[in-house]
Design a protein around this ligand. Sequence first.
Ligand code: DN4
Ligand code: BGC
Ligand code: ZN
Ligand code: ZN
Length: 362
Amino acid sequence: MAFYRGITTNAPSGGVNYEKLELDLDGFEVRLKPLLTGICGTDRGIVNGALPFAYNPHGFSRLVIGHESLCKVEDAPKNDFGISSGDYVVPMVRRPGKCINCFAGRSDNCSDGDKHEAGITGLHGFMREEFGDSAQYLVKVPDPSIGDVAVLTEPLKNVEKAFEMFDVVSKKSIFTDGAGSYHEKNSLVVGTGSEAFLYALKSMDYGFNTYLTNRHDLDVTKNELIDKTGINFYNYNNNDPLEKNGLDLVIDTSGDPATIFRFMRRMKENGILILFGTNGKAPATQVDGMDIDYIIERNISIIGSVDGSRIHYERAIQDITRWKHQYHGALETMITEKVSPDHTEIFTKKPSNEIKTVIQWS
Ligand code: DN4
Ligand code: BGC
Ligand code: ZN
Ligand code: ZN
């Protein structure tokens, strides 16, 4: 038994502490030290007691939070997964239960809910000075030069999985334009947080005419990112450049039903709507028979997508490596602040210009 400090909560009621932990690391083959851990809405939701599905590990009265990280391997015995001391790795969030999807390496599609998520449901997370893990849950970052942005791997793996869903569902019809590309197709990402920007970058990769939207203007940092990447943005309360064109792909990161239906009503035939944002506190909205008709008559497909599997982490690392060079410094500007682990106020007060705040561990 050794003592390490970590950031904890009491799930699901919430609260946050940076405290000394007595955790047995001996049962784990690989020892890891986090370099950077990212903060996302899920962490804030747990700390604020707003995520009733979060729970402490069995027999513990606290949960170490954190599921977005870039870690350095301190010590690893010989293993079948190519993980060695000194490697940069991203540990996976979900750990399999016993269902057929978990068994097949797709715990992101767990069919009975009996999986665990590090830092969220029944398993300690990565916001601690040191921890142990099994080599099979570590995804290697082969190019150390992306070390400053590789902490974006975990949030991007969600996007990779959702686009895999797009690939599957878009086969229902010919989705490309007359030239066989997506250039004449409009994709709209609702919301302007870190996941929204990652969705927009992926959508640009596909060649979509890509827009981000929100109900207000953006601050300087986000505008800079818009300029550097060539993504389009509009404040939907002021104007709507896509009004006449219709929407082929809509990706929602807001979780707001009224906003989702506002844009659903503008979708074109065979359109695809991906629901990703979650906000259990969002107000109800009115949906009538015309809305249902609209969806049916146009063959609109609605996809819900959560988490991602190893392949999506690997694709995320490939995309981050390419984007880092392609966008010349833009990806780095997504990391808007680095704070120390004792700066726990960051979980209750989101900085106004935040895209991604990270905790720096060493
Ligand atoms: P975030 O930074 O809170 O992003 C949410 C975005 O939605 C913010 O830019 C909000 O704007 C914006 N928004 C809220 N209400 C509206 C509205 N009515 N109209 C337009 N925009 C609005 O969180 P994130 O980027 O980290 O994650 C996005 C969402 O995905 C969250 O709900 C997460 O819980 C969820 N998520 C799901 C998965 C998964 O399914 C993984 C990670 C995150 P403002 O705050 O600037 O006003 O696997
Ligand atoms: C994580 C996902 C996880 C989800 C659970 C997200 O923040 O990125 O891996 O499945 O939270 O709600
Ligand atoms: Zn997250
Ligand atoms: Zn399962």
